[in-house]
Write a protein that binds this ligand. Structure first.
Ligand SMILES: Nc1ncnc2c1ncn2[C@@H]1O[C@H](COP(=O)(O)OP(=O)(O)OP(=O)(O)O)[C@@H](O)[C@H]1O
Ligand SMILES: [Mg+2]
Length: 272
């Protein structure tokens, strides 16, 4: 308790401005409204002053049979609004733990985490659930879609949970499916879609509530190289339209598509 940093501690002088934002869609998979329109005003850039993510001195240790595992060991990181960063590093260096901590899915033992100007660490579950609905879109390696449910309903459900009326959620879901090249798959269930299509559906789901931050943990890890590059191209388009993205990847090729690569090692950012 006594080691909790104050907001003052987090607010250091090194403020990065928002990343470059270009208008329009660079690679057209589909027709329909452009990404900037679909993403809306809360897509990262212009969603508030300061960086999208500010992390200071974060530690997270897990109990284990032999010895405690120090997954995060005093990690500092800033992500500017509108940035697209790739987090790389050896297996076990703490990449997934870092994403979970940013999303408020895991707690920290020490240190401070701020997302969109809000302090995330030390909050209760209700606050965190609300925070995630408004600010976080999460894309997983193995999609985590609802299997017995249509592509459309995979998107409508989180929209309604996020506070949209059903009709508004349906309209947004259709726009996103069009945009992501799944307009002809609306009523299909995930099982009949290809891996790449399933991941695009999972990305559409992550965008339904116009998150401040899109977090992706090895989003291309379960795809063949073509599907992986398709997902990367989609992330690049979202970034071009102002979406802030933090993506964990093991692939150097995928990482090279981001605007900045952050390397992790032993629970910290590996500064060169
Ligand atoms: N819930 C948990 N309980 C116990 N140990 C955990 C837990 N989550 C993570 N760890 C441990 O913390 C360390 C960091 O794990 P993490 O999953 O963040 O690594 P990673 O960089 O994502 O690895 P990978 O590239 O293999 O996905 C590992 O040693 C892992 O075993
Ligand atoms: Mg991981």
């Amino acid at each position: 308790m006594t080691t909790e940093p104050t907001r003052q501690d987090l607010a250091t002088t090194e403020t990065a401005g928002p990343g470059p934002v270009t208008a329009g869609v660079t690679a057209g998979v589909t027709a329909g409204p452009d990404l900037a329109t679909a993403l809306g005003a809360e897509s990262g850039v212009g969603s508030g002053p300061g960086p999208a993510v500010r992390i200071r001195g974060v530690r997270r240790t897990f109990a284990a049979e032999l010895a405690p595992v120090r997954a995060l060991r005093g990690l500092d990181l800033d992500v500017a609004a509108g940035e697209f960063i790739a987090v790389t590093g050896p297996s076990g260096c703490g990449k997934s733990t870092l994403l979970n901590v940013i999303a408020g899915l895991d707690r920290v033992d020490e240190g401070g985490v701020e997302v969109a100007g809000e302090r995330v660490d030390g909050r209760d579950e209700d606050w965190l659930a609300r925070f995630r609905r408004h600010h976080i879109g999460f894309v997983f390696q193995f999609f985590n879609l609802l299997d017995g449910v249509s592509a459309l309903d995979n998107l409508v459900m989180p929209g309604v949970l996020g506070g949209m009326r059903r009709r508004a959620a349906e309209s947004r879901a259709r726009d996103l499916l069009d945009l992501l090249g799944l307009g002809d798959r609306v009523s299909q269930v995930p099982a009949v879609l290809s891996g790449g299509q399933r991941q695009r559906l999972a990305i559409a789901r992550a965008l339904v509530n116009r998150p401040t931050l899109l977090l992706a943990d090895e989003p291309t890890g379960a795809l063949d190289s073509e599907g992986g590059l398709e997902v990367l191209e989609l992330f690049r388009r979202l970034h071009d339209d102002g979406q802030t993205i933090v993506m964990v990847t093991h692939s150097a090729e995928v990482a090279s598509g981001a605007s900045r690569i952050v390397r992790m090692r032993d629970g910290k950012i590996d500064t060169p």
